[in-house]
Design a binder for this molecule. Structure first.
Ligand code: SF4
Length: 191
């Protein structure tokens, strides 16, 4: 079925949209791509800024920022703050962004102990001489994984693991038309 054509953006120009994956698995971005042919419909109404789909590294001024994943290291926090500063509407996409999701399963454990267990102690499968990574270019892990709203204000939440393509389409379609959308609970799933 041919999807309905969105009306022109109320701003009279394409919406500028940025996306990023922090402590996530890219499954939410895959769900965005599952919009399939409707991506062509959106293409005339949306310009992508920073995104894994453009490889732009810094977020510029945007109408919408879509963030997948929670916060597990210092770089995640830096990127989140940059998105908050640049995006009018900041959206937490998926369970990891909303409540920490799977990465937050480590929150009951001490991060130092975890690193030692994973990278040291001569665990089977580790290369001889393996050690805890300590390159200064690596972002420092946080003591626990945080959802986005614990650090910055989030305007909208798209729940699901991942949110379905229908949820993401409904959201983007509504924003292009100048509405603040609400996800239909019937479309939310956690598989
Ligand atoms: Fe992956 Fe689910 Fe987290 Fe999205 S919410 S990043 S699909 S684990």
């Amino acid at each position: 079925m041919v999807p309905p054509e969105p009306s022109p953006s109320p701003a009279g120009r394409p919406l500028r949209v940025a996306t990023v994956s922090l402590a996530g698995c890219f499954g939410c971005h895959m769900s965005l791509l599952d919009i399939d042919e409707r991506l062509f419909t959106l293409a005339g109404h949306v310009q992508l800024d920073r995104s894994p789909l453009t490889d732009i590294k810094r977020c510029g001024p945007c109408d919408v920022g879509l963030i997948e994943g929670g916060l597990c290291n210092a770089e995640n926090v830096e990127v989140l703050r940059a998105f908050r500063a640049q995006c009018t509407l900041l959206v937490a996409v998926g369970a990891c962004a909303i409540n920490g999701g799977l990465p937050a399963l480590r929150n009951g454990l001490d991060v130092g102990t975890l690193m030692t267990e994973v990278y040291a102690n001569n665990r089977p499968g580790l290369a001889p001489g393996s050690a805890i990574p300590n390159d200064p270019e690596l972002p420092l892990p946080l003591a626990r994984v945080h959802p986005l709203h614990e650090v910055v204000h989030i305007d909208l939440f798209l729940p699901g693991c991942p949110p379905s393509a229908e949820v993401i389409w409904d959201f983007l379609h509504a924003v292009v038309q100048g509405h603040i959308p609400q996800a239909d609970p019937a479309l939310i799933r956690y598989d």
